[in-house]
Design a protein around this ligand. Structure first.
Ligand code: ZN
Length: 236
């Protein structure tokens, strides 16, 4: 007669596949959100570069306005200078105009610095845009792949569930109950082979010789004394 654990062992193979598939299906949303988070990080970098550019452009505009108003002041001084009544008045305007011209020159130096900063920022922004574009394209592919994988797994899951229930019908009901209880508890294996040397295939402890022998007997269902898993010792 065939050993009753043979069909239980076959059932366990289906359950192991079910567990693997369910675990992978469960992990897909996390994998997708990890990918999306990476994209959000790159989008944030671009956003920061854009903010920095706007800020610099605003500062530059302010400087330009300041220079314009100083230039207007020079024009006004020059008009007043022409109307000067005395040499002293004339020289006073020359001095004033000199002061304002130095101010303008300082502001223009700052303008040049800002323009250089803006140019560097443009290069950084272009790099960010390029990276983001590339990531978006890649990520769309990765996400689609994960969706495809999820659909394929779902299909496999249904198929194995059907196979599993057919396999369960072949099992002894009492042993199946015991198997289910241990499987729910251990979540990896409920039936394990006796390893060479008489060790439990689950916890690898040395089994008493009696248990090892009984594990061969089709009329007896024995468990490991240490981990409680059913031990099976199929005839060689
Ligand atoms: Zn054990």
């Amino acid at each position: 007669m065939s050993h009753p654990l043979e069909s239980i062992y076959a059932l366990q193979k289906k359950d192991r596949r079910l567990i693997r598939i369910m675990r992978e299906i469960r992990d897909i949303p996390q994998r997708k959100s990890d990918i999306e988070a990476q994209l959000a990080g790159s989008a944030q970098k671009l956003e920061t570069a854009l903010d920095s550019r706007k800020h610099t452009e605003a500062s530059l505009k302010e400087l330009e306005l300041e220079v314009e108003s100083l230039q207007e002041r020079i024009i006004k001084y020059k008009q007043q200078q022409m109307e000067a009544k005395t040499n002293d008045q004339y020289r006073a305007f020359v001095k004033e105009i000199g002061v304002v011209e130095r101010e303008i020159s300082e502001l223009e130096d700052k303008e040049i610095e800002l323009i250089e900063f803006l140019d560097k920022g443009k290069i950084i922004m272009a790099e960010c845009e390029e990276r983001l574009g590339g990531e978006k394209a890649g990520i769309a592919g990765e996400l689609a792949e994960l969706d495809g994988r999820s659909a394929a797994l779902q299909e496999q899951l249904e198929q194995i569930k059907a196979e599993r229930s057919r396999a369960a019908e072949q099992c002894d009901k009492t042993i199946l109950k015991k198997y289910t209880r241990i499987m729910n508890n251990k979540r990896d294996f409920a039936v394990v082979m006796v390893e060479p040397g008489g060790h439990c295939g689950g916890c690898h402890m040395k089994l008493p010789p009696q248990v090892s022998n009984d594990a061969r007997n089709p009329t007896k269902i024995v468990s490991c004394n240490f981990c409680g898993r059913i031990v099976y010792n199929p005839a060689p």
